[in-house]
Design a binder for this molecule. Structure first.
Ligand SMILES: [Zn+2]
Ligand SMILES: [Zn+2]
Length: 145
């Protein structure tokens, strides 16, 4: 899998050009996502707790708003694993969107790609006269743990 994620400074330059004001809190939120290993997804609560530990002055409501804002600017992708809280991940520059396998017991998630799913999604969209923008398949399964 080739990951061509832009660097954080490239992203910041792009966001500023789009007119998004990057407060120190917002930059710290970006740091958290850039420090995450690939395939990790985190919630607004996680962002909030992490920043609190670093003595950053931020409220839970601001954490939620910041993640929503970054998602609306195409920086983060909101993924709903059917839990109480939404999870977020950095949108990577992938050839094809990745999918998630979610363990119904321990809620661990795994990412995978499938060119078959992608091709089928494109075929279905074309057949319905639409252009494919994103495809997210969620497999609910039980891991071997
Ligand atoms: Zn993911
Ligand atoms: Zn499991």
């Amino acid at each position: 899998m080739t990951l061509k994620t832009q660097t954080k400074s490239e992203l910041i330059t792009e966001l500023k050009a789009k007119g998004l004001r990057l407060t120190p809190q917002r930059e710290r939120v970006l740091d958290i996502f850039y420090d995450l290993p690939n395939g990790e997804h985190i919630s607004a609560e996680h962002v909030y707790t992490t920043l609190k530990q670093e003595k950053v002055d931020i409220s839970l409501a601001t954490s939620y708003r910041t993640l929503k804002l970054l998602a609306s600017h195409g920086v983060l992708r909101e993924v709903d694993f059917g839990e109480d809280t939404k999870q977020y991940e950095l949108i990577r520059d992938e050839d094809e969107p990745h999918h998630h396998l979610i363990c119904v017991d321990c809620h661990e998630t795994k990412e995978f790609e499938s060119s078959v799913i992608y091709a089928e999604a494109q075929r279905l969209c074309a057949a319905m006269g639409a252009e494919l923008v994103d495809v997210q398949v969620k497999l609910y399964a039980r891991c071997k743990k």
